[in-house]
Design a protein around this ligand. Sequence first.
Ligand SMILES: [Zn+2]
Ligand SMILES: [Zn+2]
Length: 198
Amino acid sequence: MFTYNVDRIPSAGIAIDGELARDTVTFLLGDHYRPTSTPATIRFELQRRGDNLLVDGETRLEFEFECGRCAETFTREETVPFSLVCIQGAEDAAHAPASDDVDVDGLGEESSFSAAPTEREVHFYQGSALDLEPAISEQVVLALPDWPVCTDDCKGLCPNCGTNLNNEACTCATKGVDPRWAALGTLKAAIGGTLPRS
Ligand SMILES: [Zn+2]
Ligand SMILES: [Zn+2]
């Protein structure tokens, strides 16, 4: 999927507007996310600039995940924009252009994707077959956090009683000392309630 014969890309470029197959989405999302039944969409423009190819677009995915703090299940839609420059050649070859040498300033101006960043990710390909899936999946993986949370200020679960603190308050905090601090209290008692003199 999303493999193109570079030699057949017309000078005017091509525009893709499609759906991502379900197993592709599963692959893109990784371990902590499950795709929903809502189809994932992808659209991008592929343009030729000399030997380089420019790809500007976005993919929209809906997925389920378990919050890393409160363990509730949530559904979220995420739009991941991507902006790539694809260079023919091997990344580790001595003659391959370093990414710093690739002049891509202003190359995104004709893109209809207003959010196209000025800095492009560099993707190397060999021969005349350009497979965009690895480069796009990398952008998706980078855009999604390893440990998703429902909201940045999710209060999580009480470590004592397991109450979801977003929904209700528990009385653990007023009942006694946090067990993590209790050990300090024991230590303080052991040294007679005073700190050692220096
Ligand atoms: Zn949460
Ligand atoms: Zn509690």
